[in-house]
Design a protein around this ligand. Structure first.
Ligand code: C2E
Ligand code: CA
Ligand code: CA
Length: 583
C-alpha cells in the first residue's frame, strides 16, 4: 500500500535522525542570521514531527518543542509552501493559537524541502508586533531555508553524522577537538569515552536476537546517554558501541568523574541491555592544543581499555597504561607482517608421555614469535591479542600447515601431533572443511592429528561448535578438551561432543603437592573423565612425585617440564633418540 504524503514525509524526517539531537553551531548561525535580517527577536529551525514542532535551532525561544496543532510551521510542512501571517489577531485560525495567546503577532516561515520534495518543517521568524514582509525578505528567508537543507545534506553526505544514532561522528569529534585547540589553547579539557559493550557481547547478542536488535540497542544506548548527560551536551558517536564527549566548561575533575560514573551507571541499570553488556568509561585530561586530536582519541581508547579491567569500570588516561596498550596495538599490527615473513614464526614441540610405559606418544605444537625489534614475545601475551583479531584464521592455518609438514615425518615413527584451535576458529563457517583440505594436501593420515579446543571455546556457541567438531571427528581427527576444569562447563554437555581426550589444566596439577583437597579434586576429574570414556592427560607435570601420583590414579598421559620443555623440531629428535637409548 502506498504511504500517505504525511507518512512518507515523517519517514523521510525520521531517517535523517535529526530529532532530539543537540544544538549545533552550523544551524544556529543560520537562525541568528534570519533573526538579524528581519530585525525580529525570535527565529527557529522547526521540524514538524507527528504531534510536535521540535526546534533544531532557536533564538529567543525557551522551549525545545511545542504542540503541532495550530502551529503555523505545521502548515508549512503540510503545504510545503511559504506561510506569512502579518497579524495573528486578524487570522481566522491562529488568533486563538498557543502562539497567539502568548503575544505573537507576526510569523513568516519558509519550508525546509528535501530533494524528494518532502517538507520537514520551516525556517521561521516571529515577532510580537504585526508586520509586513518585503520581497527581498522573503527571498532571504527562502535562501536561508535552502542553506539549512544544504547543511543537513552536507552533514549526511560528508560523513559527519552517524546514520544509526543521528549523532555527530568521529570525524566531527576530531574536527571539534582541533577547533577547541585553536579557540582556547591551554584550557584544561576533560574528554570522555563511554563504551557500553564488548565486541563479543555485541556479536553474541546479534546471534541470539538478530542483527536488527543490535541497532536498537545502540540507539537505546545513545538515548540513555543523552538522558543521563542532558540535552545541552553534544555527544559524538565515534565507533559502533562508543560515545565521546567533552565535559562542560569549568567542572571540577574528580566530582565530575564521580557524578558521570553514577549517572551513566544508573542509565544502564534502567536499560534493557544493561544486564547483558558491560560498559567502561575512559577519561583523558589535557590542556587544549597540547595533543593532536587523533592522539586524544587514542588516549581515550587506552583509558577505556584499562577501565575494562578496573573494579569500577572507570579509568583516567595515564601514559603508563598507554605504554601497555601501545605494545598490544603494535603486536597486533605487526602480527600480519610476522605471518607474511618466513623467519618470525615457528613451532616448538612439547612431548606427551604415556604414564604407564614412559614412551613418548606425540607432541603438542606450540607457536613461537620472534619479533624483529621486540625479540621473543610470549604466546601468553600475543595469542589472546591475535585471537581477538581477524588474524586468528591465518594464525591457525599457519600452525596447522607447519604441524602437518612435521607430521609427514613423524607419523612413520608413530607420533601424533596436537594443534591448538582458538574459539574464534570455530566461528569460521568453513573451518572443518579447510582443515580436512590441509590434511589432504599434506597426505597425512587424519588419525595422527589431534586438535585441542578449550572448554570455554565450545561453550560459546555450543550448537555450532558441535557441528564443526562432529564434521572433524567424522574424518578421523582426534579432539581434545584443553584446559579442562577452568571453564565451568557442564559435563553433560561436554559428553555430547565427539572429543576423545581431556587435558587437565596445569593449574590443578601444579597444586597437587598442596594437600588432600587438591588431590581429591584431580582424582575425581580423572575418575569422572574415565567414566565418560575419555583419555586423560595431565598438563604441567614438573616433579617425579606428581607423575607417580598421577600414574597411581590411572591418569593416561602427562606433559610437562619434568619430561621436557617445548623443543625445536631438531632438538625434539635428539631428545627422543637419547631417551630411547636410555630406556
Ligand atoms: P596451553 O595450550 O595450555 O599450552 C601449554 C602451555 O604450558 C605451554 O605454554 C607450555 O610451554 C606450558 N607448559 C608445559 N609444561 C609446563 C610445565 O611443566 N610447567 C609450566 N609452568 N608450564 C608448562 P606456552 O607455549 O607459553 O603457551 C601458552 C598458551 O598459548 C598455550 O597454552 C595456548 O593456549 C597458547 N598457544 C600456544 N601456541 C598456540 C597455537 O599455536 N595456537 C593457539 N591457538 N594457541 C596457542
Ligand atoms: Ca593446548
Ligand atoms: Ca592447556
Amino acid at each position: 500500500m502506498a504511504l500517505s504524503y504525511e507518512e512518507a514525509r515523517l519517514q523521510a524526517l525520521h531517517q535523517l535522525n535529526l530529532l532530539d539531537t543537540p544544538p549545533s553551531e552550523s544551524f544556529d548561525r543560520i537562525t541568528r542570521m534570519a533573526s538579524q535580517i528581519f530585525g525580529l527577536p525570535i527565529a527557529a529551525v522547526s521540524l514538524t514531527d507527528r504531534d510536535r514542532q521540535w526546534f533544531k535551532s532557536r533564538v529567543g525561544v525557551e522551549h525545545w518543542s511545542i504542540p503541532r496543532e495550530k502551529a503555523p510551521c505545521g502548515e508549512v510542512a503540510d503545504t510545503a509552501g511559504l506561510v506569512i501571517i502579518p497579524d495573528f489577531s486578524k487570522h481566522p485560525c491562529y488568533a486563538d493559537s498557543l502562539l497567539g495567546q502568548n503575544g505573537i503577532r507576526f510569523y513568516a516561515g519558509a519550508p525546509l524541502v528535501t530533494r524528494e520534495g518532502f517538507s520537514l518543517g520551516a525556517l521561521c521568524v516571529l515577532g510580537t508586533e504585526p508586520r509586513e514582509v518585503t520581497e527581498r525578505e522573503i527571498d532571504a528567508l527562502q535562501d536561508l531555508a535552502a542553506m539549512v537543507m544544504a547543511q543537513i545534506e552536507l552533514q549526511h553526505a560528508f560523513g559527519r553524522i552517524d546514520p544509526l544514532s543521528g549523532l555527530p561522528n568521529r570525524n566531527q569529534f576530531l574536527d571539534d577537538l582541533a577547533d577547541l585547540a585553536k579557540d582556547r589553547p591551554g584550557y584544561e579539557q576533560i574528554t570522555v569515552l563511554v563504551d557500553f559493550a564488548l565486541p563479543e557481547q555485541i556479536s553474541s547478542y546479534a546471534r541470539v536476537m538478530g542483527p536488527g536488535r543490535v541497532d536498537d540497542v545502540i540507539r537505546d544506548a545513545a538515548q540513555d546517554l543523552r538522558l543521563a548527560l542532558g540535552p545541552q551536551q553534544t555527544i559524538y558517536h565515534v565507533a559502533a558501541t562508543q560515545f565521546a564527549f567533552l565535559a562542560p566548561a569549568d567542572v571540577e575533575r574528580t566530582t565530575y568523574i564521580e557524578h558521570l560514573t553514577r549517572d551513566v551507571g544508573q542509565a544502564r541499570q534502567n536499560s534493557a541491555y544493561g544486564t547483558v553488556m558491560t560498559s567502561a568509561i575512559g577519561v583523558a585530561v589535557f590542556p587544549a592544543g597540547t595533543m593532536a586530536a587523533q592522539d586524544i582519541l587514542r588516549a581515550l581508547h587506552s583509558a577505556v581499555h584499562a577501565a575494562r579491567s578496573s573494579s569500577d569500570h572507570v579509568s583516567v588516561y595515564s601514559s603508563e597504561v598507554d605504554e601497555q596498550y601501545r605494545r598490544r596495538y603494535r603486536l597486533l599490527q605487526d602480527f600480519g607482517a610476522a605471518l607474511a615473513s618466513s623467519d618470525q614464526l615457528r613451532l616448538v614441540y612439547q612431548p606427551r608421555i604415556d604414564l604407564k610405559s614412559g614412551a613418548c606418544l606425540g607432541a603438542e605444537a606450540l607457536l613461537r614469535w620472534r619479533h624483529p625489534v621486540l625479540g621473543d614475545v610470549s604466546p601468553v601475551e600475543f595469542i589472546p591479542i591475535v585471537e581477538h583479531s581477524p588474524h586468528v584464521q591465518a594464525m591457525t592455518a599457519f600452525v596447522l600447515d607447519e604441524a602437518l609438514r612435521q607430521l609427514v615425518r613423524w607419523q612413520h615413527d608413530g607420533l601424533s601431533l596436537s594443534v591448538n584451535v582458538s574459539a574464534a576458529n570455530l566461528d569460521e563457517p568453513d573451518f572443518a572443511t579447510s582443515i580436512v583440505a590441509a590434511v589432504g594436501r599434506h597426505r597425512v593420515d587424519t588419525a595422527w592429528l589431534e586438535l585441542e579446543v578449550t572448554e570455554s571455546a565450545v561453550m560459546r556457541d555450543a550448537e555450532h561448535a558441535r557441528r564443526q567438531l562432529e564434521a572433524l571427528s567424522d574424518t578421523g581427527i582426534r579432539l581434545a578438551i584443553d584446559d579442562f576444569g577452568t571453564g565451568y562447563s557442564s559435563l553433560g554437555y561436554l559428553q555430547t561432543l565427539p572429543a576423545k581426550v581431556v587435558k587437565i589444566d596445569q593449574s590443578f596439577v601444579r597444586n597437587l603437592d598442596d594437600g588432600e583437597k587438591e588431590r581429591s579434586l584431580v582424582r575425581s576429574m580423572i575418575n569422572l573423565s574415565h567414566d565418560l570414556r575419555y583419555r586423560v592427560v595431565a598438563e604441567g607435570v614438573e616433579t617425579p612425585q606428581v607423575a607417580d601420583w598421577l600414574r597411581q590414579q590411572g591418569c593416561d598421559e602427562a606433559q610437562g617440564y619434568l619430561f621436557s620443555r617445548p623443543l625445536e623440531a631438531d632438538q625434539f629428535e635428539t631428545w627422543r633418540q637419547s631417551r630411547s637409548l636410555a630406556a
